[in-house]
Ligand binder design. Structure first.
Ligand code: AMP
Length: 188
């Protein structure tokens, strides 16, 4: 099983590329943001619990995310691979992911980051706010989401670099160009 983490700040294009990667290699795309947004829009108890945190651009608790990921893994145990998009986002999540994968005889195969500079990220997120009306794409919330990224998620670069699993792809250009560079790096 190939376990790919598609890494990068909000607005880097992880969602777009994750869908294409999953389609090309026949892997399961797992977006924790999509899972949580579905819970919110269905008004489930979990959705009600996480809505305000997501609307503010803050991170949902590690325990909840780990629980969600474990159930996804168990449910899709037969797939050839996973593309994780938006998880892990904290060091604790990364460590718990390792433990969980180990329990299932698996490990993280590769971490590929999409590199995009901060001005471009903010412009993209503001544009997405207009196009998709995502509640967490307002200027104030965007700032929070980037702060969360720098504070909690960026340290994972060292974590995966130490494990020799970390690669980067420049995330500015056409969707197809970026995709083909990603495919070259992934090469399963
Ligand atoms: P995303 O679509 O990946 O940008 O996620 C949208 C929001 O969902 C984030 O701003 C967080 O509030 C929440 N979320 C998604 N994934 C995680 C995660 N791994 N850890 C904590 N919160 C998350």
């Amino acid at each position: 099983m190939f376990n790919l983490i598609l890494f990068g700040p909000p607005g880097a294009g992880k969602g777009t590329q994750a869908v294409k990667i999953a389609e090309k290699f026949g892997w399961k795309h797992v977006s924790t943001g999509d899972i949580l947004r579905a819970e919110v829009s269905q008004g489930t108890p979990l959705g009600l619990k996480v809505k305000s945190v997501m609307d503010a651009g803050l991170l949902v608790s590690d325990d909840l995310l780990i629980e969600i990921m474990e159930s996804v893994f168990v449910k899709h145990a037969a797939v050839k691979g996973f593309v994780l998009d938006g998880f892990p986002r904290t060091l604790n999540q990364a460590q718990e992911l390792d433990k969980m994968l180990l329990k299932h005889g698996q490990e993280v195969s590769l971490v590929v980051a999409l590199e995009v500079d901060e001005d471009e990220l903010v412009n993209r997120l503001l544009k997405r706010a207009q196009d998709q009306g995502r509640k967490d794409d307002t200027a104030e919330v965007i700032k929070n989401r980037l702060v969360q990224y720098h504070h909690h998620t960026k340290p994972l670069i060292d974590y995966y670099t130490d494990k020799k699993l970390y690669r980067e792809v420049y995330g500015v250009g056409t969707v197809e160009d970026i995709f083909s560079q990603l495919c070259t790096v992934i090469n399963p």
